[in-house]
Design a protein around this ligand. Structure first.
Ligand SMILES: NC(=O)C1=CN([C@@H]2O[C@H](COP(=O)(O)OP(=O)(O)OC[C@H]3O[C@@H](n4cnc5c(N)ncnc54)[C@H](O)[C@@H]3O)[C@@H](O)[C@H]2O)C=CC1
Ligand SMILES: O=C([O-])CC(=O)C(=O)O
Length: 326
C-alpha cells in the first residue's frame, strides 16, 4: 500500500532545500515541510519553491515547521541538519557536532511522528544513521541512510567521462560506508549489461575507483565553503519517491546490519529493496575475498566511530553505550 504524502526535511540548507525543490518540481508529494534552526531563511525558500511549483504546474506546497508539533503526520523525514565539511576535513571530523544535532532532531521526530520513516543524510552518514536508529527506537527497517545512490551515480559519471557512450545505461555499484573506505565494485558494474571489466582497462578502472572514493572531497575542493548538494539531493529524492510510491526498486543504502554479511550492531551500505515500509528486503551479495576484505575495512571504520560515541556515553539508553565489538 502506498504511504501518505507529507515529507519533512530537517535542515533547509544546501542539500535540504535542493531535495525540497526536486520533490516540488516533480510533484512527488502534496506537502513538503522545511524545518531549520533558522526559520526565517527557511520561510523565504519555502515561499520561493511553492511559487516555482506553480510555475511548473505542480501541486506541491512547501511550508515551514515553526514548532516541532507542525511536523506531526509526516510520512517521511529527510535529515540534513548539521555541518558540512570544508577543504582539508574528512567527513569523520564532523562526528561529535553532527551526532549531537542528530540526537536532538530525532527526539522531535520520535515524539511527533512515531510511525514515520527517516532518511538520514548528515555526515558521517553511516554513524548518523546508527544514531538516528538508536535514538528514535524505530525498527531497523524505518531508518535508512543516503549515500550509495550518490556514490554509484558518481562512479557512473566517471565511467561515462571515459567512454562517452551508454549514457543512462551505466549501472555502477558501490557498497560499504560513505567514507574514504567505501567499496566501489567494478566487477558488479555494467554498461547496458556489458561488464565494465570488458570495456575499460585495469588502469582506467582503478582511476574510476579512486575518483569515486574521493568524489565528495573533489567537490569540496572547488566549493570551499561546503560540500556537494545537487547529486546528493537528487539521490535523496529518489529514495523519498521509492518510499512514497512503494516502488520496491533496489538501491544501495546505509542500513543496520543484524548478522548480515557477518556483521552486527553497525550500519553500512548494501543493496536493499526500498518501499512503503522502508527496507523491504536486504540483499546479501556474494563477495570475493578481495571485496570482503575491503568491505570489512569499511565496516571497521564506521564501528570505530560508533565506539567513540559509546565511550562518551552519548546514547540515551545506557544499553546502547555497551561496546559489542572493537
Ligand atoms: N550522505 C551524503 O551523501 C551527503 C551528506 N551531506 C551532509 O549533509 C549535511 C548538510 O549539508 P548541507 O546542506 O550542504 O549543509 P548546510 O550548512 O547548507 O545546511 C545545514 C542546515 O542545517 C541546519 N541546522 C543545523 N542544526 C540544526 C538543528 N538542530 N535543527 C534544524 N536545522 C539545523 C542549518 O541551519 C543549515 O540550514 C552535512 O552534514 C553534509 O556533510 C552532504 C552531501 C552528501
Ligand atoms: O563530501 C562531503 O563532505 C559531502 C558528501 O558526503 C558527499 O558529497 O559525498
Amino acid at each position: 500500500m502506498a504511504r501518505g504524502k507529507k515529507v519533512t526535511i530537517i535542515g533547509a540548507g544546501n542539500v535540504g532545500a535542493t531535495v525540497a525543490y526536486s520533490l516540488a518540481m516533480k510533484g512527488t508529494c502534496h506537502e513538503v515541510m522545511l524545518r531549520d534552526r533558522n526559520p526565517e531563511i527557511a520561510k523565504g525558500k519555502a515561499l520561493d519553491m511553492s511559487q516555482a511549483a506553480n510555475a511548473a504546474r505542480q501541486h506541491t506546497l512547501v511550508s515551514v515547521a515553526e514548532k516541532a508539533e507542525d511536523m506531526a503526520g509526516t510520512d517521511v523525514f529527510v535529515v540534513t541538519a548539521g555541518f558540512p565539511r570544508k577543504p582539508g576535513m574528512s567527513r569523520d571530523d564532523l562526528l561529535m557536532m553532527n551526532a549531537q544535532i542528530t540526537k536532538e532532531v530525532v527526539t522531535d521526530i520520535r515524539e511527533q511522528a512515531p510511525d514515520s520513516i527517516i532518511i538520514m543524510v548528515s555526515n558521517p552518514l553511516d554513524v548518523m544513521t546508527y544514531v538516528a536508529l538508536k535514538e528514535s527506537g524505530f525498527p531497523k527497517e524505518r531508518v535508512v541512510g543516503m549515500a550509495g545512490i550518490l556514490d554509484s551515480a558518481r562512479m557512473a559519471h566517471f565511467i561515462y567521462e571515459k567512454i562517452r557512450y551508454g549514457a543512462g545505461q551505466i549501472r555502477a555499484s558501490v557498497m560499504g560506508g560513505h567514507g574514504d573506505d567505501m567499496v566501489p565494485l567494478p566487477k558488479f558494474s555494467t554498461v547496458a549489461g556489458v561488464p565494465l571489466t570488458d570495456i575499460l582497462s585495469e588502469e582506467e578502472i582503478l582511476d574510476v575507483v579512486e575518483r569515486t572514493k574521493h568524489g565528495g572531497a573533489e567537490i569540496v575542493g572547488y566549493l570551499k565553503t561546503g560540500s556537494a548538494y545537487y547529486a546528493p539531493a537528487k539521490s535523496t529524492a529518489i529514495m523519498v519517491e521509492a518510499i512514497l510510491k512503494d516502488t520496491r526498486q533496489i538501491h544501495p543504502c546505509a542500513v543496520y546490519l543484524d548478522g548480515h554479511y557477518g556483521y552486527r550492531d553497525v550500519v553500512s551500505g548494501v543493496p536493499i529493496a526500498l518501499g512503503a515500509n522502508g527496507v523491504e528486503k536486504l540483499f546479501e551479495v556474494t563477495l570475493n575475498e578481495n571485496q570482503k576484505k575491503r568491505f570489512a575495512k569499511s565496516v571497521a571504520s564506521v564501528r570505530s566511530m560508533i565506539n567513540v560515541l559509546k565511550r562518551n556515553n552519548f546514547f540515551t539508553n545506557p544499553e546502547d553505550n555497551i561496546i559489542t565489538e572493537e
